[in-house]
Ligand binder design. Structure first.
Ligand SMILES: [Zn+2]
Length: 286
């Protein structure tokens, strides 16, 4: 196995359930990948304390893919709403397999890319996800929606001395917040992302190219996208491309069936190809 990159840390030795491999012939994603199994929620932990800390932006600790309480946790539990307390009481221990690409190119500012492959966390299962990066392309290579785990990729490496290791820490916390979001949505039908960065949602026009027109809308209404925000988003998208010029109202007319076909070809099948390859590579390591 090629191992050209020397880091001063034995990441897979340090980080419990972690495996590393080199993936060949994978377009711009060719290179070193880490697969981690994270179980962010541990029921034995003080989850009310952890959630309080996250909400108040207090640093929290992770260990081998689980969020653990701080000895000096300062979060004030009294500020937790009854809804959040109810959600916390319903949290289950769940394991997530995350594939992390040791991206060293300028694309995505060199930030390691993280894709949750099992269970899949993309806009297919969560069209209304409040904190996923949109899918994109590096040259001809499709990059599925990635975990939006840090706003400051340039700071990676400062915490534990290695950017991949730091990424794993933030990814674990992101998954913990994802679990809160999932239970909150299934219980109350509302989109809730705890902690800081709550306003960092994708712009509405971005969803035109990300979502199945006949799937759920991104606003969380539970209505099909085509019957909810799609039209509004199409107009926003056209406005952006028109750069201040008047938009031809004929352009707003579109056939949702054709849009769906386009989405299946350019998005769904591309995403499946990348995710299935990652799953195969992960299974080879077992
Ligand atoms: Zn909507």
């Amino acid at each position: 196995m090629p191992d050209k990159v020397k880091t001063n840390k034995d990441i897979c030795g340090d980080y419990g359930p972690c495996k590393k491999t080199f993936i060949k012939n994978f377009g711009e994603l060719t290179g070193e990948w880490y697969f981690i199994s994270a179980t962010p929620v541990r029921k034995c932990n003080d989850n009310e304390g952890i959630v309080s800390d996250i909400i108040q932006g207090i640093d929290i600790t992770t260990y081998n893919g689980s969020v653990i309480e701080n000895d000096d946790g300062k979060g004030n539990k009294n500020t937790l709403s009854a809804k959040i307390q109810n959600v916390i009481s319903q949290l289950e221990e769940k394991t997530f397999i995350v594939a992390i690409y040791d991206n060293k190119s300028l694309a995505f500012k060199g930030q390691p890319l993280a894709i949750c492959i099992d269970p899949l966390i993309t806009f297919i299962d969560f069209p209304y996800h409040p904190h996923l990066n949109a899918a994109g392309k590096i040259y001809d290579t499709f990059i599925p929606p990635t975990i939006c785990y840090t706003d400051n990729p340039e700071n990676l490496g400062n915490l534990f001395g290695d950017r991949i290791y730091d990424a794993m820490h933030y990814i674990t916390i992101w998954l913990y917040r994802h679990q809160i979001f999932e239970v909150f949505y299934s219980t109350y039908g509302d989109i809730k992302w705890i902690g800081l960065e709550v306003k960092d949602r994708l712009d509405n026009h971005v969803f035109v190219n990300q979502l199945n027109p006949f799937g759920d809308c991104h606003c969380g209404s539970g209505t099909k996208y085509v019957s909810c925000c799609l039209n509004k988003d199409m107009i926003a998208n056209l406005r952006l491309n028109a750069k201040g010029k008047k938009i031809d109202s004929n352009l707003i007319k579109y056939d949702p069936l054709i849009l769906k076909k386009k989405w299946e070809r350019n998005y769904l099948s591309e995403q499946n190809r990348v995710v299935n390859r990652l799953l195969r590579e992960f299974n080879k390591l077992k």
